[in-house]
Ligand binder design. Structure first.
Ligand code: FMN
Length: 131
């Protein structure tokens, strides 16, 4: 299965989680730029994992735009986000943007990344993806 992790990150937290995930999955990883992100080419990936910080209880606009722009190029999707207090219905918003139910979702607070508890959550997320 060919997997891409596409993430947006302003201050590095989501980037750090994307990096650990990419190490475990041994897959492609790329940063979504704040403005004018690219459209994925062809049907190269079987699964695209989209990651974003939460801003105002919502996924960020670069990640949302990436999801709607590439909805035809992602046979399967999974989502992850980093946050400080609450993500409310962010995963449902991401689902609506691409019109697809995620095979797995993961939410993690910055300080949890790299801890035993955080790595355990990450492993469970990856197990769901690989089913
Ligand atoms: C403008 C702005 C709005 C935010 N809104 C929320 C929020 O609604 N809920 C929350 O839990 N965290 C919120 N945060 C915190 C970020 O989601 C959190 O720090 C995240 O891990 C940052 O990711 P990054 O370092 O990859 O940019 C907000 C941060 C910023 C800058």
């Amino acid at each position: 299965m060919k997997v891409l992790i596409a993430y947006y990150s302003l201050t590095g937290t989501t980037k750090k989680l994307a990096g650990r995930m990419a190490e475990m999955l041994k897959c492609d990883v790329e940063r979504i730029p704040m403005f004018g992100g690219r459209k994925l080419l062809g049907d190269k990936y079987d699964l695209v994992i989209v990651g974003t910080p939460i801003w105002l209880y919502s996924p960020t606009f670069p990640a949302s735009r990436f999801l709607s722009k590439n909805k035809d190029k992602m046979p399967k999707v999974a989502f992850f986000c980093t946050y400080q207090t609450s993500i409310k219905k962010s995963f449902e918003k991401m689902e609506r943007k691409c019109g697809k139910k995620p095979v797995a979702v993961l939410q993690m607070m910055g300080p949890e990344i790299g801890t035993d508890a955080g790595d355990q959550m990450l492993k469970q997320f990856i197990e769901k993806i690989q089913k």
